[in-house]
Design a protein around this ligand. Structure first.
Ligand code: DC
Length: 643
């Protein structure tokens, strides 16, 4: 599985231009397709969900032309879909599936609508019941009440009063309302139950109005589409930036200092999720807004917990759940039952992953309660849910973490992690690589102490793995078994010693035998893989100095400062000799030299993460330098790199 490792973050500040809103994009595309005339759609969201809609429209014979960038021209069919028989695959795009079902059921053709497995678990029965009241012929091809669906030509009985449930997904009402103008007759939709996610209905009504159809609204209970309503292209339509996507960046500013500014939505937005800014302000964030932008800053005393009804901001509320990790007290998000029928069961997924990080979480049918704790590194699963991946990136303010399957953000925000790194500053890393006995360990430890940074002796992890394998009676070339030892190492580092399974290891990992074993196990790809995240988890605030062979090339490729520290083999053999004799071990200089040369050859010649000087690493040859001189040189470079 692909993953993305995030270092702990120091701060956030900067500006982001938001991708277009998913909800507006797919509504505009469908109405442009159903309208009379051509519509030029500008700033459309480029994402999986909009691609599914564009593909479906093309399959239905609608003229779809890419004008370059985020701009498209849609030739409307004036309510008469050109292709009367088609099978459409709509992925996991609810904003394509529900409205297309309604429009095609009333348009009168023979269509099959399918999606990915999760789409077939997301209910659609209430919408189908609504359509059947108009005479639509809809068959479930799998489970009753769920996609896939077969729509057949039918005699539509337009007009009258329809009933639809509003308490499962507002997309059922959206789908019906957008399709009703196709019948040409006046029709009233009555909502049964409390309508959830009302702001999404506002987007629907505003978009329909843009295309010439004004729905009469009586509270949130009755909606009437007047007789003779038909969609007409407004010519050019600009899609607003995505307000739910704004939530991650506003939260970054509120946690990481700020100001973080988002461009594309502001107080003139038709999207309900801009209300997220108010929720964040209740947590203490300082929010500013203009017509087309918003910005956030952290409050002086840090964020505070809130207890909120989030029914009006179901998607953006997920961002509050991870922002809660940085708020004083217990945050409760209520009235979020719709989370359970989204891309995944978001309440369950959120609770499971927050717990992995160490937070205390209580979940109920329609609420989640989060109490922060000192966060610990974890690999976060994202459940093929873009918002899970984006929400959990915020947790990097508390700990380094791994995001599994990060590309799921493509559903709504393919460039999310590039924008994320552009506005965040990670805890710095000084990566020092070099051959055995070059003195890099001593230099690295002293530089770390001088800067107040943590120190990672990565060679010790390979040495501990070799020792652990030896103690378990496992041969050093048994890749799978040694990798399992590496993955399960119970190790902690202190100033004075390293502890394996709670016991100090002392010099047991420094013997020549274990040095040779470490070099052998370090050549096994599965062992390196097993130790990868463990090493990256050291990348914490305020900073890290790591020494090894692949710090700058593999483990911390974005290190702030990379150094290749070396010395002649003879000088290194002599240093090692003195070190061993000083510790009371017996040693032979020429054997040590030979051994070092063999180890150098193995460390540089192996296929995985070989020792080499990176193009962007500075060379520090210590053959004729004292330790102090070497340390001072690194500190000088670190000042130059403004660490
Ligand atoms: O730096 P050291 O001598 O403690 O390292 C012990 C062994 O582990 C050495 O043979 C190289 C290997 N190693 C590695 O392959 N990658 C690292 N990052 C660190 C050490």
């Amino acid at each position: 599985m692909e993953f993305l490792d995030l270092p702990q973050l120091l701060s956030a500040a900067g500006s982001v231009r938001l991708p277009g809103s998913k909800s507006i994009s797919n509504r505009v595309l469908l109405l442009a397709a159903l309208a009379e005339g051509e519509t030029e759609v500008r700033d459309l969201l480029a994402s999986d969900d909009t691609e599914r809609m564009l593909e479906a429209l093309k399959a239905l014979g609608i003229g779809v032309v890419h004008l370059g960038g985020e701009n498209w021209r849609i030739s409307g069919c004036a309510g008469r879909i050109p292709v009367c028989q088609a099978e459409l695959f709509l992925g996991n795009a609810g904003t394509a599936f529900r409205p297309l079902t309604a429009a095609l059921a009333l348009a009168g053709g023979d269509y099959v609508l399918k999606g990915v497995a999760r789409m077939h678990e997301r209910p659609i029965g209430d919408l189908v019941d609504g359509l059947r009241q108009l005479g639509a012929d809809v068959t479930y091809l799998g489970n009753e009440g769920y996609p896939p669906l077969h729509l057949k030509p039918a005699t539509i009985r337009p007009g009258g009063v329809l009933k639809v449930r509003g308490d499962v997904s507002s997309q059922f009402l959206t789908g019906l309302l957008m399709a009703l103008p196709l019948t040409g007759e006046a029709a009233t939709v009555e909502v049964i139950g409390e309508l959830i996610s009302k702001p999404y209905i506002e987007i629907t009504l505003a978009t329909m109005a843009r295309f010439g159809v004004t729905v009469q609204r009586d509270g949130w209970q009755r909606f009437t589409v007047p007789a003779g309503s038909r969609y007409r292209s407004p010519g050019i339509v600009y899609v607003e930036g995505d307000a739910s996507s704004a939530s991650y960046f506003l939260a970054l500013g509120a946690i990481g200092g700020g100001p973080v500014r988002v461009e594309g939505v502001g107080h003139d937005s038709i999207q309900g999720d801009v209300k997220f800014a108010e929720a964040l302000a209740q947590m203490g964030a300082q929010i500013e807004m203009g017509p087309n932008w918003m910005a956030s800053r952290a409050p002086a005393g840090g964020l505070v917990a809130v207890d909120l009804d989030c029914n009006h901001i179901p998607d953006a509320a997920m961002t509050l759940a991870t922002a809660a990790l940085f708020a004083k007290g217990t945050t409760t998000l209520r009235n979020i039952a719709s989370w359970r029928v989204k891309e995944t069961d978001r309440i369950a997924a959120m609770a499971a992953e927050l717990r992995k990080l160490g937070a205390e979480v209580e979940e109920g049918g329609d609420y989640i309660r989060v109490t922060p704790a000192g966060l610990k590194p974890a690999a976060i699963d994202t459940y093929d849910d873009h918002r899970m991946a984006m929400c959990f990136s915020l947790a990097a303010f508390g700990t380094p973490l791994r995001i599994n399957d990060p590309k799921c953000v493509a559903k709504t925000f393919p460039d999310y992690f590039a924008c994320f790194s552009a506005v965040t500053k990670a805890a710095p890393v000084i990566a020092i690589d070099g051959p055995s006995a070059s003195g890099k360990g001593t230099v690295a430890a002293r530089v770390a102490a001088a800067l107040g940074y943590a120190y990672l002796d990565s060679g010790a992890l390979y040495r501990l793995t070799a020792l652990g394998a030896r103690r378990a009676g496992i041969a050093w070339n048994d890749e799978a078994a040694v990798a399992a030892i590496a993955a399960g190492l119970d190790v902690s580092f202190s100033e004075s010693d390293i502890f394996l399974n709670g016991a100090a290891v002392g010099d047991a990992i420094r013997t020549e035998e274990i040095s040779a074993g470490a070099s052998q196990v370090a050549a096994l790809p599965a062992v390196r893989e097993a130790l990868l995240f463990r090493q990256r988890a050291f990348n914490r605030v305020p900073g890290l100095v790591g020494d090894g062979r692949d710090m700058g090339s593999v483990i911390f490729p974005r290190a702030t400062l990379k150094i290749f520290l070396t010395a002649s083999a003879e000088a290194r053999a002599e240093r090692r000799y003195k070190q061993l004799i000083g510790k009371g071990f017996s040693a032979n200089l020429s054997d040590l030299l030979l051994d070092l040369q063999q180890r150098d050859a193995r460390d540089s010649g192996r296929s995985v993460a070989p020792l080499r000087q990176e193009a962007d690493a500075k060379l520090l040859d210590t053959t004729s330098l004292t330790i102090e001189e070497a340390v001072n040189q690194v500190l000088l470079w670190s000042r130059e790199a403004s660490l």
